[in-house]
Design a protein around this ligand. Structure first.
Ligand code: MLT
Ligand code: MN
Ligand code: ZN
Length: 306
């Protein structure tokens, strides 16, 4: 199984179009050592390396495909190696790219939970809009721990883990969560028996989440914020990390402490990194702390083979 990180930033990307924070200004004008990143998405391929599954469709999908030769058309007048799409939530950064994929020549097989399906046919009716273009062939993601397989990732078994995080602001579930608003994905290659756990939006480490973090050879987890009040302190927003369903990295009960408890062989990678996060500055003390803890940062174009 190969996982290609298409976009490693959180909603807004890095730099964000209207953000003049130290990081965004610094990467724009070259005064900090940092790499620009697009919004949250990965592609997964299995035994047939010529096809892939897109996990989350970011507003940056077209630039991400342009930057990925293996995901470009090669076999016909209209063609794509992307066979299916899987969504971990209904948030803007994970779903608006679907509109950019409307020229598909057949209905997109799209896997999502019932809760996300409700949001994408109700308050954010992307599926309705797509029905006037290529159409959608919707598949329900099981939430009972059953494994499923997805066209485009041969020999990979998929399992959804319900997460405590947040539905999108437009969702009727934003302040009244239902199971399936946000999921993590446990992916296992049936040949190599190696696995990954992908959870770009993770608000709390439940027993089930912990079990999957421990089982995985590689974890790709919520790297949105360093501290709970990061955006408030920088004057960027009134929202705290925890209000948005993201577990911050630092402090008691933070992501670093959880990752420290994993076996030393586990590869630990932060993904979905917000532009306000000091870890984006390669010379920051926060980035040095991650290095000391053996924690990596995902970057666009990163490939993980398991
Ligand atoms: C999130 O992960 O909290 C959202 O994607 C934020 C956003 O929509 O910008
Ligand atoms: Mn997001
Ligand atoms: Zn910024």
């Amino acid at each position: 199984m190969k996982i290609r990180v298409l976009g490693s930033a959180a909603g807004g990307g890095f730099p964000q179009w209207n953000c003049n924070c130290r990081n965004c200004a610094g990467v724009r004008n070259g005064t900090i050592r940092a790499t620009a990143r697009t919004q949250s998405s990965i592609a997964v391929s299995g035994a047939d390396a010529g096809e892939s599954v897109l996990v989350n469709a970011s507003p940056d999908i077209l630039a991400q495909l342009k930057a990925s030769p293996s995901l470009q058309p090669a076999r016909g007048a209209r063609d794509t190696p992307l066979k299916s799409i899987v969504l971990v939530d209904g948030q803007i950064d994970h779903t608006t790219g679907l509109l950019m994929l409307r020229e598909a020549t057949k209905p997109w097989p799209i896997w999502c939970t019932d809760s996300v399906h409700g949001d994408l046919t109700g308050p954010h009716p992307v599926f309705e809009v797509l029905s006037h273009y290529c159409g959608v062939e919707r598949h329900a993601i099981p939430l009972d721990g059953a494994s499923f397989s997805v066209d485009g990732a041969v020999g990979v078994s998929w399992r959804a883990v319900a997460l405590e995080s947040k539905a999108a602001p437009f969702s009727p579930h934003r302040e009244a969560p239902v199971v399936g608003d946000n999921i993590g994905l446990f992916l296992r290659d049936e040949t190599s028996q190696r696995s990954a756990f992908y959870a770009p939006g993770l608000g709390a480490v439940s027993d089930t989440v912990w079990e999957h973090l421990r089982l995985a050879d590689c974890v790709l987890v919520d790297g949105t914020f360093w501290s709970d009040d990061e955006m408030v302190r920088l004057g960027l927003s009134r929202k705290h990390a925890r209000d948005m369903g993201h577990l911050p990295q630092s402090g008691p009960g933070g992501m670093i402490q959880w990752l420290d408890r994993l076996p030393s062989a586990t590869r630990k990678i932060l993904i979905h990194i917000n532009n306000s996060n000091p870890i984006l500055d390669e010379d920051s003390s926060e980035r040095a702390q991650l290095r000391e803890h053996g924690i990596e940062l995902a970057h666009d174009g990163m490939e993980i083979v398991l």
